[in-house]
Design a protein around this ligand. Structure first.
Ligand SMILES: CC(C)(COP(=O)(O)OP(=O)(O)OC[C@H]1O[C@@H](n2cnc3c(N)ncnc32)[C@H](O)[C@@H]1OP(=O)(O)O)[C@@H](O)C(=O)NCCC(=O)NCCS
Length: 400
């Protein structure tokens, strides 16, 4: 297939890249990725400072409302998140009914869709179409509930497959700490809470990626926020999007120790194979999320007495960077390289890595569709038809 499909004159002249590469969906103030400079910001705030000083619910507020919350705004937002946290009994039943070995992303998608069946305000936007302010307020509140219930469902899916009982949300804990608690049944210590916050913040938004676009397409038909997030989860499930960190971790565990890293990297390169967790379609510099996560990975591994896995990762990085420099290719670690390490050290099983990613990214999905809502226009791209025309229908008895 050619990379570019050609010029289309209607409705505007545009070069069509495969996978809509280079196409513009809308104008946004939510977040900005500068791949050449290795820069990522949310609402103008560079990601490094947000991770260092912020917590996830504060950053979710920033993404949704465009400003860092003051104390009263944060308290009101947290109260709404807490109110939306308990899992409705119907959703518990849906999760319990699913096979224990189901892909957890499929389970999460089903749980979020089920939660939409019991939220009576979901889908009210179309009803309120004549009253835009009321639509946006309603949809914002639904979005906050979706964010909260997606986390609780994600936590229960992890427990349910191990036959463990549901853990009721603890309103004294922060969003990220509560997620860890509901997954593991253990209250997190300070470093674990910080790492959970950082993981969720780093994954909260990242430009017009596939799952975000999926969310925007679904919501642009005035569908409800639960259907929107469920569709985005479906998109994130794929290995080209949300699941690269599993492969990166598998490689790390195979290498076994820092002393094996050089030979392993050389072998990969000699065979022309990619090293998982390196390279990025947008970043042609060091992924800023990897820079942040590397630091926390080191701290966490030290605190949990698992330095070897960090040292192995650092050694692989050193040798890949040296090889890439020699080859003149701008390939650096991406967020998946160190997130796999962190998830593993926190004790999460690999199939749940994309689930945690989905919980973090829900703030971005919700924020982006809310931003688009006031100027909503149904997404309706076109395909270039290059098939036959004017074929004659043949009866089945005459077909070969
Ligand atoms: C993410 C990815 C698809 C980006 O692809 P891309 O922007 O199309 O980059 P390219 O594949 O054009 O890479 C440019 C060159 O670097 C090489 N390269 C890219 N990623 C590499 C990696 N992880 N390991 C080794 N070499 C790599 C390519 O083979 C290519 O070499 P060539 O010019 O000799 O053909 C790619 O880097 C990759 O597959 N990485 C591994 C999977 C991964 O970590 N995915 C998570 C992304 S967040």
């Amino acid at each position: 297939m050619p990379k570019f499909l050609g010029k289309v004159e209607f409705p505007v002249t545009i070069e069509l890249g495969r996978g809509l590469e280079g196409a513009i969906t809308n104008i946004t103030k939510i977040g900005y990725v500068d791949g050449e400079a290795g820069h990522l910001n949310y609402r103008g705030y560079p990601i490094e400072g947000l991770c260092e000083h912020g917590n996830y619910s504060e950053i979710a507020y920033l993404l949704m409302f465009g400003k860092l919350p003051n104390r009263a705004e944060q308290d009101a937002f947290s109260a709404k998140l807490q109110a939306g946290a308990p899992l409705p009994p119907a959703v518990v039943k849906v999760i319990d009914a699913l096979p224990k070995d189901a892909n957890p992303m499929n389970a999460l998608q089903a749980a979020v869709a089920a939660a939409g069946c019991v939220d009576r305000e979901a889908g009210m936007v179309a009803t309120h179409a004549s009253d835009p302010a009321s639509s946006i307020e309603t949809e914002t509140n639904v979005g906050i509930r979706v964010l909260s219930v997606t986390r609780t469902a994600a936590a229960y899916i992890a427990r349910s497959r191990e036959g463990k009982p549901i853990v009721t949300p603890d309103s004294s804990l922060s969003f990220a700490a509560n997620y860890y608690y509901m997954m593991t049944g253990q209250k997190p210590d300070a470093i674990t809470t910080k790492v959970m916050d950082v993981l969720l913040i780093l994954q909260a938004d990242h430009g017009m990626n596939a799952s975000t676009f999926a969310a925007m397409i679904v919501h642009s038909s005035m569908s409800d926020m639960y259907s929107t997030v469920a569709a985005a989860i479906g998109s994130l499930r794929g290995p080209l999007h949300g699941a690269a960190n599993q492969a990166a971790l598998d490689d790390l565990l195979t290498v076994g120790g820092p002393e094996n890293a050089k030979a392993w990297v050389e072998d990969r390169m000699a065979k022309g194979q990619k090293v998982m967790g390196f390279g990025h379609r947008v970043y042609k510099a060091y992924d800023p999320r990897a820079t942040v996560l590397k630091r926390y990975a080191e701290q966490l591994c030290k605190q949990r007495g698992m330095e070897k896995i960090y040292q192995t990762a650092a050694a692989i990085e050193e040798h890949v960077l040296a090889a890439m420099k020699q080859a003149g290719k701008p390939i650096f670690p991406n967020v998946d390289f160190y997130s796999g390490v962190v998830y593993h050290v926190l004790g999460f099983a690999a199939p749940f890595f994309p689930v945690i990613f989905a919980v973090g990214r829900t703030a971005g999905w919700v924020s982006r569709v809310l931003e688009y809502l006031p100027e909503n226009r149904l997404f309706r791209p076109r395909a270039v038809y290059n098939g036959d025309t004017d074929l004659k229908y043949t009866p089945m008895s005459d077909r070969k």
